[in-house]
Design a binder for this molecule. Structure first.
Ligand code: ATP
Ligand code: MG
Length: 207
């Protein structure tokens, strides 16, 4: 049995992560590849409860360190109950956000110390990193316009202002520059068909 592969989608709000994750899942299913489609924070019933805590706007502030720990708490649950078992069964895991999002949002966005994030990553997932990460990159304004165009109520991150997302975007681009063999940047301002064509090429290469 072939080994499962681990693919993650990253990018700011409205970049197209969820759309592309569904596309990747369908593309693989059409080729007989068993794949699990999941997301972070969340992905399991318990981890989704942590997601609610961290995303729901409320009157009580969530300190950056608490936000960071909640992200990794949800991730530890997700890894134990879903990601590791699926990979062990030989299935692919397609995950909408993972630790690169923590580096970009809590690190570059909120200013949490990088070494703290890396230490937690080492504890929570050790050497299990995505085989491939697709970074959907686009100007902040375009992403926010798309996200707001969906009409859903803004979560705690979506309530942030543009300079926050500029830092997040820059954080992602810096990660892609540091790890070019894992993180593949796609210009997400292209029409969806062009984005999906590039994703299909990446998937074909991974198969
Ligand atoms: N390349 C594209 N061109 C135009 N519209 C797109 C493109 N990709 C996605 N969209 C649309 O933009 C909106 C946001 O896409 P999607 O929900 O996949 O983004 P996301 O990255 O998952 O956002 P979030 O971080 O808020 O979950 C959707 O309405 C989607 O149909
Ligand atoms: Mg999404």
């Amino acid at each position: 049995m072939s080994l499962g592969r681990f693919l993650t989608l990253e990018g700011i709000e409205g970049a197209g992560k969820s759309t592309v994750a569904r596309f990747a899942h369908e593309w693989l299913s059409a080729r007989g590849v068993r794949a699990v489609l999941t997301r972070e924070p969340g992905g399991t019933p318990l981890a989704e409860r942590v997601r609610e805590i961290v995303l729901q706007p409320g009157s009580e502030p969530v300190p950056s360190e608490a936000e960071l720990l909640l992200m990794f708490a949800a991730r530890a649950i997700h890894l134990a109950s879903l990601i590791r078992p699926a990979l062990a069964r030989g299935e692919w895991v397609i995950c909408d956000r993972f630790t690169d999002a923590t580096r970009a949002y809590q690190g570059a966005g909120r200013g949490v110390a990088e070494d703290l994030i890396e230490r937690l990553a080492a504890v929570v997932h050790g050497d299990l990193w995505p085989d491939r990460t697709v970074l959907l990159d686009l100007p902040v304004r375009e992403g926010l316009a798309r996200a707001r165009g969906r009409g859903a109520a803004a979560d705690r991150f979506e309530q942030e202002r543009e300079p926050f997302f500029e830092r997040v975007r820059e954080g992602y681009l810096a990660l892609a520059a540091q790890e070019p063999s894992r993180i593949w940047r796609i210009d997400a301002s292209q029409p969806l068909e062009a984005v999906e064509r590039e994703v299909a090429e990446i998937l074909a290469a991974m198969l």
